[in-house]
Design a protein around this ligand. Structure first.
Ligand SMILES: NC(=O)c1ccc[n+]([C@@H]2O[C@H](COP(=O)([O-])OP(=O)(O)OC[C@H]3O[C@@H](n4cnc5c(N)ncnc54)[C@H](OP(=O)(O)O)[C@@H]3O)[C@@H](O)[C@H]2O)c1
Length: 331
């Protein structure tokens, strides 16, 4: 089969012929109809991820059809259209993942291939209102967004939410979920056209985080602060979230694209702020996320559909931060 194979770190994955995997005990073989990229795939290729094992087929997100079942798996699953939960070994504690936790697509071979083997309990039915490409855009980003916004920050209808870097894959699906819930959503981006697009899609407004005093401009536009702030950048800009936070606000972050940040303790304790770090989500988060997607018929944004053979170009696009919506590859 064809796959995007990362042979060694600090190289780009290559479109290569590899053996079709066979499903082992408790596993199924899924014929991938569509697979989506995440920043994680790029970080791994760039050598910026812990515990990298090569050679490996990258890719945490995939949707397709079960074509073969391994021992102890019901043959009834064959022919089922599915999306794949990329969590492996979350463990028993809903609050934090086990030491054995890992994510599909390194160290285990992932979805950027014609076929992938996963445990049968990692499958969920493909939402009927989504195409395979739209479904593939959902798992990792949707799960991360759901846990951060709802399980951690407990976002409620009518609350004011700020999402930074709206062009990000997680940020965008978080945006769609929050709008569906009835939150008032504001955004930042490094690109004015992405802010305009977000406004057309239902954001109240936003500012460009590259402009001087963006946080002051945002506070004026928004007529005050925010009840919940969702971020994946960290870095120097993060400190301003403490100014933008309403009393008793929740600030939740799941990434650190721009590096470490400083926090002013006085602002934090005087305003009674809460700060949450969040990673992926447990299987309940995954199921709750899918229920929300089905209930509100949310359709994830797919910015670009390309053949898997053009995977290297999709990785380059992600590196340049061009995306507004997921980059999806078709084997
Ligand atoms: N902990 C977890 O479970 C988890 C899960 C998923 C992702 N992550 C991490 O979260 C980050 C985003 O992941 P992703 O897949 O959504 O990436 P992505 O689709 O590549 O998006 C990255 C986005 O970051 C935004 N950004 C860059 N610099 C920024 C800044 N200074 N301030 C605010 N936003 C900024 C950009 O938004 P604009 O284009 O709008 O400027 C860009 O589109 C990555 O670091 C990733 O590793 C963690």
């Amino acid at each position: 089969m064809k796959a995007l194979l990362l042979e060694s770190v600090k190289t780009m994955p290559l479109y290569k012929d590899v053996e079709i995997p066979r499903p082992g005990e408790g596993e199924v073989l899924v014929k991938i109809a569509a697979a989506a990229l995440n920043h994680r795939d790029l970080y791994i290729a760039q050598g910026l991820y812990p515990g990298i094992v090569t050679p490996v087929i990258l890719g945490s997100d995939g949707a397709g059809t079960v074509v073969e079942t391994g021992a102890s798996v019901s043959k009834d699953l064959q022919g089922m259209d599915v999306l794949i939960n990329p969590n492996i070994n979350w463990g028993d504690n809903p609050k934090v993942q086990d030491k054995k936790y890992n994510i599909l697509g390194m160290p285990t071979n992932g979805t950027l291939a014609a076929f992938v083997c996963v445990k049968a309990d990692r499958l969920a039915p493909k939402p009927a209102h989504l195409t395979f490409a739209q479904a593939a855009a959902l798992p990792l980003a949707g799960l991360t967004a759901y846990r951060a916004l709802f399980t951690k920050a407990d976002l409620k209808k009518g609350e004011k939410l700020l999402i930074s870097g709206i062009g990000g894959g997680v940020a965008l699906i978080a945006f769609q979920m929050a709008l569906a819930l009835g939150a008032e959503v504001w955004v930042t981006s490094g690109a004015d056209d992405k802010i305009e697009l977000a406004q057309q899609l239902g954001a109240k407004g936003g500012t460009n985080y590259k402009s001087e005093n963006w946080h002051k401009a945002l506070e004026i536009k928004a007529g005050g602060g925010f009840d919940v702030i969702l971020d994946s950048a960290g870095g120097d800009g993060f400190q301003y979230f403490l100014d933008l936070a309403n009393p008793a606000a929740r600030i939740v972050f799941y990434g650190g694209t721009r590096g470490s940040f400083k926090v002013n303790p006085q602002k934090m304790f005087w305003k009674q702020l809460s700060m949450y770090g969040s990673t992926m989500g447990n299987d309940s988060d995954f199921n709750n996320m899918l229920a929300l997607i089905n209930q509100h018929q949310i359709v994830p944004f797919v910015r670009d559909l390309r053949p898997l053979s053009e995977g290297a170009a999709a990785f380059a696009d992600m590196d340049e931060g061009k995306q507004f919506g997921k980059l999806v590859l078709i084997p």
